[in-house]
Design a protein around this ligand. Structure first.
Ligand SMILES: Nc1ncnc2c1ncn2[C@@H]1O[C@H](COP(=O)(O)OP(=O)(O)OP(=O)(O)O)[C@@H](O)[C@H]1O
Ligand SMILES: [Mg+2]
Length: 509
């Protein structure tokens, strides 16, 4: 964070001082980072006391101070220097981000965090910082990582680790920026209408990217239209001086050109209406890494991606459009994209073990769109991405539940089961016995004369035992589910099973 006095922070958030005199608060400066985990606090830091399901941050204030925090942002005095904000009441809107916030004290601290982040963002933007906001149903983190990679040659980039895309992670990321930061790349996620507008208030993006309108969190929104309206809060919030990058291949995203005052840059595949930044001649290598020709500003540049799956073409085009807006040349963009491998854990990390087994670890997240993208990548790798015609590898899809689909859950799971058969996946391992997973299994069995290829197991341990016993050198295994299904550890275990398997926590870059 930029260096601010405790008194100035109290003024920004409208808080009162506790256990520190006004004179001391005017002299004491926060020079370190802002943290909500007391174990991450370092010298000069600011600690956010947030309630949690297991413990209350207020109880860790003393530990944070001992670790070097100069002050705590809290909802009540904590016995060490603090800026205290009043609880907002149990029904406060931000309470949804926190698992446990009975009296709204967490909501109050989050509101203060938002105000602090906004003040810091405004000051940094006045000094030349460019804020880039990314939203979409699938691919925000993947695209955020690509955007960070293409901007890195142009200046100092701050981007969140993993997702960090809600009312806690987003302002936390904003406060990582310093006066040296040139680009702040933010992921913006929504569970309810108004969420993205609120995040855009915290850090107003000069460049907004909308990837797609899918079915993630359909259960909470009720309809795809409602999801589209919520995603369109990003283009609506970008001012006329800014730029909005829209994926023209998704009609619901393309339509957002009508709701923004900003200049629109359309990206997409070659089609009848040529976008501003577009790809043609797309092909995939043997690990489903796309290659394509990038067309932008009259230039045609060959691009090879270091990330896996055809869906990454859209993500890369969005990243290219952002970099071009920020002053990069097409060759520079192509070089940066080539060097950008998977960064965030359990998202399409492809690991080939010494015995030739390829593990596609996509265990962090799943919705119907990303399941289709993951299964397609599996099929493409099994077929050698077109690069090794004739040598089809045995493919395994070890799939767990897609969360938060509401009343569509049964139908969507059944469809994925059918799709696995249609894509000619050799072995489907359905993990879990709930209604959704039974529907997936049923879908696969119904679709093919393929019964033996689809098995249902109770839990990740049983799935791991099965795959370990039956996987053969050269096979390809996709592991995919929503995070809650707990398949990440299974993917790690499979990757570690043979020499050459890289532990997934050591990102390959
Ligand atoms: N453009 C895309 N279209 C469809 N699926 C995609 C796309 N980009 C990435 N995916 C897949 O979607 C899943 C989630 O990717 P990622 O983590 O990048 O999305 P996200 O939008 O950040 O998700 P979250 O809302 O959980 O933060 C992964 O399985 C990934 O392979
Ligand atoms: Mg994400």
């Amino acid at each position: 964070m930029i260096d601010l006095t405790v008194a100035r922070i109290a003024e920004i958030v409208g808080g009162t001082l506790a256990d520190i005199s006004p004179q001391d608060a005017a002299a004491l400066r926060v020079t370190g980072t802002v943290e909500f985990d007391s174990r991450a606090v370092g010298p000069g830091g600011l600690f956010l006391a947030l309630p949690g399901a297991r413990s209350d941050g207020h109880d860790h204030a003393a530990a944070a101070a001992a670790a070097g925090a100069v002050a705590v942002l809290a909802a009540r005095p904590v016995g060490v220097p603090a800026i205290v904000v009043a609880p907002e009441g149990a029904s406060a809107s931000r309470a949804g981000v926190l698992e446990h916030d009975p009296d709204g004290s967490g909501a109050a601290v989050l509101a203060a965090l938002a105000q602090l982040a906004r003040a810091v963002a405004d000051e940094l933007v006045a000094g030349g910082l460019t804020i880039i906001g990314i939203t979409g149903s699938s691919g925000k983190t993947s695209t955020k990582d690509l955007v960070a990679a293409v901007l890195a040659p142009l200046g100092e980039v701050v981007a969140p680790p993993g997702s960090f895309n809600n009312e806690l992670g987003h302002p936390w990321t904003v406060l990582r920026a310093t006066r040296r930061t040139d680009f702040l790349v933010l992921e913006m996620s929504a569970r309810h209408p108004g969420n993205i507008a609120a995040l855009a208030q915290i850090a107003p993006p000069a460049i907004g990217v909308v990837l797609n309108v899918g079915t993630a969190h359909l259960g909470e929104f009720g309809s795809r239209d409602a999801i589209a309206r919520t995603k369109s809060e990003l283009p609506q919030s970008v001012p006329s001086s800014g730029v909005v990058v829209l994926n023209a291949d998704d009609p619901a995203v393309a339509a957002m050109a009508g709701v923004t005052a900003a200049r629109v840059v359309r990206v997409g595949r070659a089609g009848p209406a040529t976008p501003d930044v577009w790809a043609d001649d797309v092909s995939l290598d043997e690990l489903a890494r796309p290659r394509f020709t990038l067309h932008a500003r009259g230039a045609a540049t060959e691009v090879r991606l270091g990330v896996h799956g055809d869906h990454q073409v859209t993500n890369a085009l969005c990243a290219a459009a952002v970099a071009l807006e920020c002053g990069a040349g097409p060759e520079q963009v192509a070089d940066a994209l080539a060097g950008a491998g998977p960064v965030s854990r359990h998202r399409m990390q492809v690991i080939t073990r010494a015995d030739g087994v390829t593990v596609i670890d996509d265990a962090y997240n799943a919705n119907p769109d990303s399941m289709r993208a993951g299964l397609q990548a599996l099929a493409q790798i099994a077929h050698g991405g077109g690069a090794r015609a004739g040598a089809k590898r045995t493919s395994w899809a070890v799939l767990g539940e897609m969360a938060e689909l509401g009343e569509d859950a049964i139908t969507e799971h059944e469809r994925i089961g059918r799709l696995a058969v249609r894509l000619d996946v050799s072995r489907l391992v359905v993990v879990g016995n709930g209604r959704s997973m039974s529907a997936m299994h049923h879908g696969a069995v119904l679709e093919g004369g393929w019964g033996a290829g689809a098995v249902s197991v109770a839990d990740p341990d049983a799935a791991l035992a099965l795959v370990r016993a039956e996987v053969r050198p050269g096979d390809v295994v996709l592991v995919k589910a929503s995070n809650a299904a707990g398949l990440g550890a299974l993917a790690d275990a499979l990757a570690r099973d043979a020499p050459g398997g890289e532990p997934a926590d050591e990102a390959p870059r």
